[in-house]
Each structure stands twice: as structure tokens, then as C-alpha cells.
Design a protein around this ligand. Structure first.
Ligand code: F6P
Length: 540
């Protein structure tokens, strides 16, 4: 399939030409035929979440064409194939069954294995939480250090931060990912070997950063007085390669399984979420799974025209492939969702940052946009200037949580007011006439600086509260959005070959950095000069 051959694609192109000049301000103007019902017509709910798409540069016709495109691109067939465990990741010869990790249907693929592993995780988490699992000196665990990177770090880190209000006050969680020793060193300053549990998470158990940190932490524990034979009380592993974990020195009983059909960036629902389960407990972890399941059910059963992941995906494609937007912003108005943008960066860009179609031909249209973000209101005082008045179009996902996690009077109404004010201001803008009136006759030259073009589109996603269930639904919403986009773009969202080349070259460069003699003629002149400077700094 090539996109250009789909009738809906050509129709969308023609439709884009028709409505590209349409201003959202006019769509919402009282004089516009459909203005009073616009918010209602473009707001949809699913999986316990609500999404207002009305501040997008879309009309009823656009939505109709989106649905037609989803049908022609066979989104429903790809979705069903994924849920059924078919080989939807052909370049790695695998299924992609993250949905099976949260399914409650005994007929779901791998159901018995998934439930057995969840039960093991729950037993272990409860023992750590209630103090039955103690360290080498008999003291209970107070610190949990998750060592992992990418999908083995970003999900649990994001979720532990988001659900801090549900976490045990007796156990602090830490996340170490970077091979930069500063990351681990900062954590070592805060923990105590006797009361520390380390969870080494790596699907492959060969990832350089994770193995370097795991070995350093193991040595530190021994230096701090942990007898080698007691390390099993302090180290557990999560991996699809049990033998590698055992080789590292973790007892087989302390290894939690994941499967090769779970992609790293889709793996929070598996034992990769163990640090989260220890923090919030098995029941709340179950709520996370239940929220994701609700979104799965919505994705599978809601008509395409009211299907949140489908609509979010097509709105993203609308700006990326028709308006030429290079990036999109995730702005959670929630400090607890601080790490959501980083999590979504991996989910979206590692999944859909591809140029080869499933059949090996090259795409001739843009795929994944740059995902970036920062919680509001912080972003407002940093980069929102550019969003309001810069010449670049950046569609935005605002995420607002209607009820607060903390009882500090006065904060939450201000937070929400800021969120809604930003989407309104970006949509409306300020005309030159309005700017002139504000600048006043004394300073007419100021007027252009006070103009806001407006027509800057955004989704507002509403969560009643930020809890394990809504977080699960929110993550699943983005997971499915990614699948829908991949299906329309005809690419494989489940592989990540693009990370390989740098890994291979870094091994060669590490050897060159440590080599006895200066390395000549092996690299380009830039890399050779950088190596020489680094070697000099390292005293080689
Ligand atoms: O290098 C990219 C990557 O493979 C990601 O896809 C993955 O989430 C991360 O590294 C960590 O991999 P692992 O869990 O095997 O250590």
C-alpha cells in the first residue's frame, strides 16, 4: 500500500487546500453556523478519559475523511492482528502483545503465564513492602533502585513519579539509567547498602549502560559490607534472558520474566513495572492494568469516528503530513506527570521514526514528528512565547487533571485556569486592531509586537483525577495512537534498528580511547580529532 493510492489521502489533500486558511477564531465565532455545538461535536470520551479536539483546524468533513482514511489503511485489521498475537513485528519476527499483559480474558494470548508472573511479582512486592524481605543485616528495605534504560527505565520512573501520592512512605524509589557515573553517584549518596534493593531491568541483559551501572552497584554493595552470599537479598533482575541474569550473579529465583513479544517501550505492564508495584502495591498496579484495559476495550469497540486513539493519531498525521508540522508538544498541567513527555518521546519516536515501509520501500511522506514537552505551568515561563508568536506551527496536547492530588488551597484552580487560558489564547490570538487598541496612540510601533496570530491547534485531554487507573488509560491511549499512525504510514512501530549503528561504533571508539597508541586513519577527521582531545584529557 502506498498512501498516495488511497482515495482518502487525495481527498484529504484537496480538503486541506480548502480549509488551510480557516481560522479557529472564526469557527468559534457566534456567527458561524456550527459554532455553538463545536465543542460538543468534537469532544469524545473513552477509557475513562475525555478529549476536546474542537480547537483543531478540522471540520466535520475532516473527521469524515479521517475515518475513511483509517478504514482504507486497514487500521481495524492491524489492531485486531496485534491483539490476537499475530506477527505484527515482521522485521524482528515477533508479535507485539503488550495488551495481553493487561487482559483479563483467559482466552487472551499467554494469559496463564502473564497471570503467574504477576502473582510472583505481587508476592515479592508485598514482602518488600511489609518488611518480610530484609537486607543482609536483617533490616527492612527502605530504598529501591531501578537500574535500566529506555523502556526499562522511562515507564516505571514516569509512573512512580506520577503516583507518588499512592506510594508507600516507607520506601524511596530511585532510577539510574545513564552510563555517566554521575547518575549512580548521586543515588549512592542517598542510599544505605543494608536497606537497599536493586532491581536490574533489561530485556536483553546486555545493554551497556545497565550492565555498567549494575556491576558498579554490586561492587559498591560489597564494599559497603554486604557479604557476597547475601547479595541475593539485594539484587533482583527483570529480563527476557534469564540465563544472562544468572550469569551476572542474580539468583534464578530472583528473576522476573518478560517475553520477547513485549517491546521495551511497551513493557511497563510487565515485570518491568516491578519498582512501581513495590512503590504503590499490587492492588494499585492492578488498577493501572485495569485502566489500560479499559482503553484497549475502547480502542477495539468504539466506532472509528469516536475512537480516541484513532482520532489522536489522525490529527497528528493531519499536522505532520499536510500542514508540515515538525514537532508536537505534550504539556501536562500536572507536576506529577513531569516525566510523561520523556516517556512519550521514546514511545512515539522510537516506534514511528522510520523511513522504510513494511514492504521495504521508502516512504515519501513524513513519519513521526518530534515529541517534546514539559509540565505546565513551567513551560509558559520558558518556551510558550515561541508557541504564541513564533512562525512555527506546533500542535499541542494539553493534559489537565480536574481534581488535585494534594490539598493545598488555591493551587488547583490556578493551574487549571492557566491550562485553559493557554489553549484559548493560542486558538484565538490577538488581531492587529486589538493590538493597536492595547498599544494606544502613544506607542503605535508596539502594536505588531502585541499581535498573536492564533489558530494554533491543541487537544485538551481531561482526567478526572490522576490515579493508577487514569494513568493506565492515558498510556494505553498513546500506545494505540502510535499503532494507528504506523498503520497509516505503513511502517513497523515495534522495531528499533536505528539505535544499532551508534552502539556498534561506540564499542570501537571505547577501544580506541583506551588503546596504547593514538589511532590514525580509522575514523573521519572530526572523530579522530575528538578522540585525540579526549585521550589527552584522560592522560593517554
Ligand atoms: O537501544 C534502545 C533500546 O533497545 C530500547 O528499545 C530499549 O527500551 C532500551 O534500549 C533498553 O533495552 P534493554 O531493556 O534490553 O536493556
Amino acid at each position: 500500500m502506498t498512501l498516495a493510492t488511497l482515495p482518502a489521502w487525495s481527498l484529504l489533500q484537496a480538503h486541506y487546500e480548502q480549509i488551510r486558511g480557516l481560522h479557529l477564531r472564526d469557527c468559534f465565532a457566534p456567527a458561524h453556523d456550527s459554532s455553538p455545538t463545536r465543542a460538543e461535536r468534537f469532544t469524545f470520551s473513552g477509557g475513562g478519559l475525555c478529549a476536546d479536539f474542537s480547537k483543531h483546524r478540522i471540520t466535520d468533513d475532516t473527521l469524515r475523511l479521517f475515518t475513511q482514511l483509517a478504514r482504507e489503511a486497514q487500521v481495524e485489521a492491524r489492531r485486531d492482528a496485534m491483539f490476537a498475537g499475530e506477527l505484527v513485528n515482521p522485521t524482528e519476527g515477533r508479535a507485539a502483545l503488550h495488551t495481553a499483559l493487561r487482559a483479563d480474558n483467559p482466552a487472551a494470548p499467554w494469559h496463564a503465564e502473564v497471570q503467574a508472573e504477576l502473582a510472583r511479582m505481587a508476592r515479592f512486592a508485598n514482602q518488600v513492602r511489609d518488611g518480610r524481605w530484609s537486607g543482609y543485616s536483617g533490616k527492612r528495605i527502605r530504598h529501591v533502585v531501578n537500574i535500566g534504560i529506555g523502556g526499562s527505565d522511562l515507564g516505571p520512573k514516569m509512573a512512580v513519579h506520577a503516583l507518588h501520592h499512592l506510594a508507600s512512605p516507607d520506601i524511596a524509589s530511585y532510577f539510574v539509567s545513564n552510563v555517566d557515573g554521575a547518575d549512580l553517584a548521586r543515588v549512592l549518596e542517598q542510599i544505605d547498602a543494608e536497606t537497599t534493593l536493586v532491581i536490574v531491568v533489561s530485556k536483553t541483559f546486555t545493554t551497556l549502560e545497565t550492565m555498567t551501572n549494575a556491576h558498579s552497584l554490586r561492587s559498591w554493595m560489597i564494599q559497603q559490607g554486604c557479604p557476597e552470599e547475601a547479595l541475593k537479598r539485594h539484587f533482583v533482575g527483570v529480563s527476557a534472558h534469564v540465563a544472562e541474569v544468572v550469569k551476572f550473579g542474580i539468583a534464578e529465583d530472583n528473576v522476573f520474566a518478560m517475553w520477547d513479544w513485549v517491546g521495551g517501550r511497551y513493557s511497563l505492564w510487565s515485570a518491568v513495572g516491578l519498582a512501581l508495584m513495590v512503590a504503590i502495591g499490587p492492588d494499585q498496579f492492578g488498577e493501572l492494568l485495569a485502566g489500560a484495559r479499559e482503553m484497549d476495550q475502547h480502542f477495539c469497540s468504539a466506532p472509528l469516528e469516536r475512537n480516541l486513539p484513532v482520532l489522536m493519531a489522525l490529527i497528528g498525521i493531519w499536522y505532520r503530513d499536510f500542514f508540515g508540522a515538525q514537532s508536537y508538544l505534550v504539556a501536562p498541567y500536572s507536576a506529577a506527570l513531569q516525566f510523561l513527555p520523556a516517556y512519550l518521546q521514546q514511545l512515539e519516536m522510537e516506534s514511528n521514526g522510520k523511513s522504510a515501509r513494511l514492504d521495504g520501500t521508502w516512504v515519501d511522506y513524513p513519519t513521526a514528528a518530534v515529541t517534546w514537552g514539559e509540565p505546565g505551568t513551567n513551560g509558559q515561563h520558558a518556551f510558550f512565547q515561541m508557541l504564541h508568536q513564533g512562525p512555527t506551527l506546533v500542535p499541542i496536547d494539553f493534559i489537565a487533571v480536574l481534581t488535585p492530588q494534594y490539598a493545598l488551597a488555591g493551587h488547583h484552580p490556578r493551574l487549571l485556569a492557566n491550562c485553559f487560558a493557554q489553549s484559548e489564547a493560542l486558538m484565538l490570538g490577538r488581531t492587529l486592531d486589538e493590538a493597536r487598541a492595547i498599544a494606544g496612540p502613544a506607542r503605535p510601533e508596539l502594536a505588531p509586537h502585541l499581535v498573536f496570530p492564533g489558530n494554533r491547534p491543541s487537544t485538551t485531554l481531561l482526567l478526572d483525577a490522576l490515579n493508577a487507573r487514569t494513568l493506565g488509560a492515558l498510556i494505553a491511549l498513546y500506545e494505540h495512537k502510535v499503532l494507528v499512525q504506523a498503520t497509516v504510514w505503513n511502517i513497523n512501530p515495534f522495531d528499533q534498528w536505528g539505535v544499532e549503528l551508534g552502539k556498534i561504533l561506540s564499542q570501537a571508539l571505547e577501544a580506541d580511547l583506551g588503546a596504547a597508541n593514538r589511532v590514525e586513519g580509522k575514523h573521519d577527521s572530526s572523530t579522530t580529532a575528538l578522540l585525540a582531545r579526549a585521550r589527552a584529557a584522560l592522560g593517554r
